[in-house]
Design a protein around this ligand. Structure first.
Ligand code: NDP
Length: 328
């Protein structure tokens, strides 16, 4: 059966994104074939589709770093037709065809089961952004952070990682400070569970080696000067989980927070992390994430609108999370 896919191509004239019709014979190698129900738009999908970042390393490429759907064929011992599965990362949209297609084929080891707490659409409302937020919260806990230690800052708060990090931290009893460039979204952020809002401009210029001790922990999706300021204002013994680069890939910081305040900087990758860590993050999401809040921070867009949404996320115009309705 033919299905639609978004295909990115590169020629001397530049990069283009076109809807094409494919069959299963066109899919890449893998032992599990999945009918894709939904995908999502992460920052990385924005980088890939707009060409603003060197995400795609094999051309042509079907973008979409995530998908959720139902197994239609499997030679993997772990999966059978009818199983509901989630795919996050593993090079999808970089070197392996991703989720912006009616069908996908991947190695079975890349898939995780859909937790019973979520629908396929909700799994994509979470997507790599939400599961990365979960990994950041788990990293804070792994390095000993507890709600009694003091407030936790979330940067890039109105974005995907930020919005879900706020919901998770608030549910676990943390006092959350949200840093955003969209202070007009204060009501939205408070609705997710933030207690205080700060303007991201406060964190976006060159940092001093040490600043006022303002928070016990942080989830940073922004990098660059913002992460340097976050570190310099973290309390003695605090923990910062860094996962993103929305401001930049650089880190213009000093070692002062580490050697004078015993601050821990925990790096978080979600794309190539091993399966047990993925399962831990999805288990925590299933136990902790309020699905009413998840529904409130996400919205569904049509497959046809995914290119426009990729441009919007690069322009910082997407609030929360987008679900892409692939099979609708
Ligand atoms: P979003 O675009 O949804 O969120 C990013 C947010 O960052 C924006 O909404 C905005 O929040 C803020 N922001 C944007 N530009 C700037 C800027 N110039 N300076 C300061 N803040 C800015 O993206 P995602 O939530 O999907 O991803 C967030 C980051 O995390 C990205 O860099 C992404 O690549 C990274 N990531 C990393 C993963 C990993 O495995 N390590 C996995 C998933 C994501 P506001 O409007 O509130 O200021």
């Amino acid at each position: 059966m033919p299905f639609r896919a978004l295909m990115l191509s590169k020629t001397d004239a530049g990069q283009s994104a076109d809807f094409v019709e494919l069959t299963e014979a066109d899919l890449m190698e893998g032992d599990v074939t999945v009918r894709v129900a939904a995908s999502t738009v992460n920052f990385k999908d924005g980088l890939a589709i707009t060409g603003k970042g060197p995400v795609v390393r094999r051309w042509p490429m079907i973008p979409g770093a995530d998908f959720a759907g139902e197994v239609t064929a499997s030679t993997s011992p772990d999966w059978a037709p009818g199983d509901k599965v989630i795919l996050n990362g593993w090079g999808c949209c970089e070197t392996h065809y991703g989720g912006y297609a009616g069908m996908a084929r991947v190695p079975g080891g890349w898939l995780v089961p859909l937790p019973s707490a979520f629908t396929l659409d909700q799994a994509m409302a979470i997507g790599t952004a939400g599961y990365t937020a979960a990994r950041c919260v788990l990293a804070l806990e792994r390095f000993g952070l507890m709600p009694e230690a003091g407030p936790v800052l979330v940067t890039g708060a109105a974005g995907g990682v930020g919005s879900i990090a706020i919901v998770l931290l608030a549910a676990k009893g943390y006092t959350v400070i949200a840093s955003t460039g969209r202070v007009s979204e204060a009501d939205y952020l408070k609705g997710l569970g933030a207690s205080d809002i700060i303007d991201r401009a406060e964190l976006s210029e060159k940092a001093r080696p040490l600043g006022k001790e303002s928070w016990a922990g942080a989830v940073d999706a922004v990098g660059s000067h913002t992460l340097a300021n976050v570190l310099s204002r973290t309390r003695y013994g605090g923990v910062v989980a860094a996962c993103g680069l929305a401001q930049g890939l650089d880190l213009p910081a000093t070692v002062a927070p580490f050697i004078l305040r015993n601050v821990t900087l925990a790096g978080v990758d979600s794309v190539y992390v091993a399966k047990p860590d993925r399962l831990d993050a999805w288990e925590m999401l299933a136990e902790t994430l309020d699905t009413a809040k998840l529904d409130a921070l996400s919205k569904t867009i049509a497959f046809d609108d995914v290119v426009a949404a990729a441009h919007d996320i690069m322009a910082g115009k997407v609030r929360g999370r987008l679900i892409v309705d692939i099979d609708g």
